[in-house]
Design a protein around this ligand. Structure first.
Ligand code: GRG
Length: 295
């Protein structure tokens, strides 16, 4: 039987090793910047996006290790987004990944710079090592920059900020989730497949999986925020409610939200049927794990 725990631990250790190569602990001065970058990057994130990128490369018939530079760049962008999201002018969070947030330890100015550094460094890594084939490298840079930028994650975050304290309708909530969270998951899964030179038909199936994954992830994140255990999550539960944010459970109730998450998980599993079964075990197990996740 497929051992998901072992797979996640092994892939996370590949990713952590390469991340440490790409982000050395001591850059040229000022040392404080390297220290603050390391503090957030190695704070114990689940490495879901980079793991999905590697698993998708494998599902497309490629070599997972060859996708590691892209996987690491995705984690840098994700960590930047968390550091900026936690700032007092955004979600104003004190804890992330079980530790004090970056601005709580290093100050707001440093936390902004940590995010700036991680976002830009990700593109140094992508443009230097993203894929052997220059056309694939460019395709991956376009994919990830679009997902992180003003029609992707930043658009979702902007709508989220503008919706604070207001009643959101289901379409606005979906827009926020699709862009703030879903686009980076889709980029992780699609860019992993691109490192393996996946044909369009395969990319389409993986995109369908990715979109379902993003929604299932975000709905379970909302459920955890309402009903989860802060200790296990490493951040404070109830934060969305405190900020007056619309969430799936606040709009649809906990039970209906759980059903919706399960529907998206089933949809993601169906999309994978277009790929060879023996190569999709990790992607299937990862989406199934969302139904019971506690962190
Ligand atoms: C600041 C431009 C900008 C964007 C921020 C990602 C994001 C956009 C905000 C994070 C806020 C949040 C809690 C969103 C819900 C989904 C999410 C991205 C959760 C955190 O991802 P995990 O659970 O975290 O994969 P780890 O720490 O395991 O990496």
């Amino acid at each position: 039987m497929f051992d998901l725990k072992r797979y996640l631990l092994e892939r996370a250790s590949w990713i952590n090793e390469r991340l440490a190569d790409f982000v050395p602990s001591i850059y040229a001065k000022p040392f404080l910047l390297s220290e603050a970058i390391h503090y957030s990057l190695f704070a114990g994130g689940k490495r879901l996006r980079p793991i999905l990128c590697v698993a998708s490369a494998e599902a497309a018939g490629g070599d997972g290790e060859a996708a590691l530079p892209v996987a690491c760049a995705l984690e840098m962008i994700h960590t930047y987004s968390l550091v900026h999201d936690d700032l007092p002018c955004m979600d104003d969070d004190d804890y992330r990944r079980g530790k004090l947030t970056s601005h709580k330890v290093y100050g707001e100015n440093m936390a902004i710079l940590v995010g700036d550094a991680l976002l830009t460094h990700a593109f140094t890594v992508l443009s230097s090592y993203g894929a052997e084939d220059p056309a694939a490298r460019l395709q991956i840079i376009r994919e990830i920059s679009r997902a992180a930028g003003p029609s992707g994650m930043v658009a979702g975050q902007t709508q989220d900020v503008l919706s604070e304290g207001r009643a959101v309708d289901p379409e606005t909530l979906e827009y926020i989730h699709v862009h703030k969270t879903g686009d980076m998951f889709a980029a992780a899964i699609r860019s992993g497949a691109m490192t393996a030179g996946a044909p369009d038909r395969m990319l389409d199936a993986l995109t369908e999986y990715a979109e379902a994954f993003g929604m299932a992830f975000q709905i379970t994140d909302d459920i955890l925020d309402m009903a989860g255990d802060s200790g296990k999550m490493g951040k404070t539960a109830g934060g969305d409610n405190k900020l007056g944010k619309g969430t799936y459970p606040s709009l649809f109730g906990l039970e209906r939200s759980r059903e919706m998450a399960r529907d998206f998980i089933r949809k993601g599993l169906r999309a994978l049927e277009a790929l060879p079964e023996e190569r999709t075990e990790p992607l299937r197990a990862i989406i199934e794990y969302l139904a019971g996740r506690e962190t």
